[in-house]
Design a binder for this molecule. Structure first.
Ligand SMILES: Cc1cc2nc3c(=O)[nH]c(=O)nc-3n(C[C@H](O)[C@H](O)[C@H](O)COP(=O)(O)OP(=O)(O)OC[C@H]3O[C@@H](n4cnc5c(N)ncnc54)[C@H](O)[C@@H]3O)c2cc1C
Length: 461
């Protein structure tokens, strides 16, 4: 714990509650009072940082404004059905997220339905990775895919090999659409293979999406080990999967996780940083702001030294994700746990019966901007119901539907985007979150990596 020793030497005693209430008393380590890290936000980024610091004996206090943990990956209950705010998918290469889930007590075998890489656009295109080592599994999958001419499949395989030869690195960033044009990928190949992959990975349309970030995902998912491209569909809700378990882990190690306790103000004070909630103000030696970008910008705005990072955050644009849940009779299901539709409103369909034993519950996911945003919810649900009838002969009407529209689901992952660094101009204040600097688009792994980076920066001080 050499890093921790240095940290102990450099810090002045802080973490001083100014008034009583729900904030716990100062924590101690090695007889020394007043050392603590305040974390704003109990999403995947904030809870990853909290676990990493607690593991090293550092007292943390997590402030979460919502009643529950998880943020943009959280459980939602509707009419007694356990849903998520959106159907998420993890990849086998999300190593840090999967490692942390296990560290806080999860069991990957039980928590996920794990499927080998497959891309199925019902009746129009189908690609399945065979049991071969990477990247052979992908090349064989591309060459044997159904729904494209042999020439198009060969072209896709050639493109993948050419990208691999460059280590998935571009001399200059460009849009995914421009990259595909450079590699001579035709319209049908793009619509059946690259577009679904790009939207799933970056939640950004091809003509706006960063080719380099797309290649980062391909590099990590497709190129090293076969298991990296596995698709993991959670059987438990996203609050339960990691953040709630992480909270128990943190509390067992002396930390606190406070829900319904939003931070309203950040103020540099006495060499530390004061966090004010509606009830209390507490000063910490370090603060990790892991709130979503718009809230982070609002909290940082009052500190002059942080003007440029606020401007950087405010220039980020955002993309939506809509999830349409439909509860049918328990006998209704889909041919596979997950499959896509070609040129339909519903981009991806999930059969929660096959995934989590919630029979008759289907989820349709519509990612990124599009004409679906202009439809009233009733009409959008009706479009999905019609598509299910036309594609799978599901003639019943659902008992209910529920649309969860996350309008700021992710940042728009455009080329050459300058994302804020985890370190800020205010000593002791760090930024975590899927939007902060990193290789990945807005994903769970990106969020977790940013939280771990902040924890490491504190540990190494
Ligand atoms: C519908 C949907 C589907 C998605 N699908 C996928 C997927 O399949 N795979 C994937 O990898 N990623 C997916 N993502 C992206 C992924 O969910 C996010 O990248 C990730 O959850 C972001 O985590 P975060 O911790 O950075 O931010 P957040 O989850 O936004 O966490 C921030 C937390 O801060 C809290 N907060 C806000 N204000 C305050 C305050 N003043 N004080 C204290 N707390 C505050 C919020 O309540 C929240 O809990 C999806 C996102 C959405 C919305």
């Amino acid at each position: 714990m050499a890093g921790f020793k240095n940290l102990d030497q450099e810090l002045t005693p802080l973490h001083l509650p100014l008034s009583g209430g729900s904030i716990p008393p100062p924590l101690t380590r090695g007889g020394r009072e007043g050392f603590g890290v305040g974390i704003i936000g109990g999403g995947y980024a904030g809870m990853a940082a909290a676990v990493a610091l607690s593991e090293r004996g550092i007292p943390v206090t997590v402030f979460e404004s919502a009643q529950q943990l998880g943020g943009r990956a959280r459980g939602v209950v509707h009419r007694d059905a356990q849903l998520d705010n959106g159907q998420h998918l993890l990849l086998g290469c999300y190593r840090q997220t999967l490692r942390l889930i296990e560290q806080v007590g999860g069991n990957l075998e039980q928590d996920f339905l794990r499927l080998p890489l497959q891309l199925d656009l019902h009746g129009k295109f189908s690609l399945r990775a065979p049991h071969l080592p990477a990247p052979l599994h992908l090349l064989v999958a591309l060459l044997s895919a159904r729904g494209l001419s042999f020439g198009a499949r060969l072209n896709a395989a050639r493109c993948m090999l050419a990208l691999r030869r460059t280590n998935f690195l571009l001399p200059t960033d460009m849009t995914v659409a421009e990259l595909l044009a450079q590699h001579g990928q035709d319209a049908e190949l793009t619509q059946k293979l690259w577009e679904p992959l790009c939207i799933a990975a970056l939640n950004t349309p091809l003509h706006k999406a960063s080719a380099q970030v797309f290649l980062n995902v391909l590099r990590d998912a497709m190129n090293q080990s076969r298991a990296d491209s596995d698709m993991l569909l959670p059987r438990v809700d996203f609050s339960a999967l990691f953040p709630q378990r992480a909270a128990s882990y943190v509390e067992l190690r002396g930390g606190s996780v406070l829900t319904s306790c939003g931070v309203e103000k950040i103020t540099p004070k006495d060499g530390g940083i004061e966090l004010a909630t509606a009830k209390n103000a507490t000063t910490f030696s370090h603060v990790i702001c892991a709130a979503p970008p718009a809230i982070a910008a609002r909290l940082l705005r009052s500190t002059t030294a942080l003007e440029s990072v606020v401007t950087q955050i405010e220039t980020l644009q955002h993309q939506p994700i809509y999830t349409v849940y439909l509860q049918y009779a328990p006998t209704v299901g889909l041919p596979y746990p997950m499959l896509g539709l070609y040129q339909r409103y519903s981009q991806w369909l999930f059969d929660k019966g096959q995934i989590a034993g919630q029979h008759g519950l289907l989820a349709a996911v519509i990612s990124a901007e599009g004409i679906h945003q202009e439809l009233p919810q009733e009409q959008l649900a009706q479009k999905v119901i019609t598509e299910l009838r036309e594609e799978f002969g599901i003639a019943d009407q659902p008992k209910w539907f529920k649309i969860i529209a996350e309008k700021h689901a992710t940042f728009t992952c455009s080329p050459n985007l300058q994302r804020p660094s985890q370190q800020t101009a205010l000593p002791g204040l760090l930024l975590a979150g899927d939007y902060t600097a990193g290789d990945y688009p807005a994903t769970l792994e990106g969020a977790v990596l940013s939280g771990l980076r902040c924890a490491n920066l504190i540990l190494k001080l």
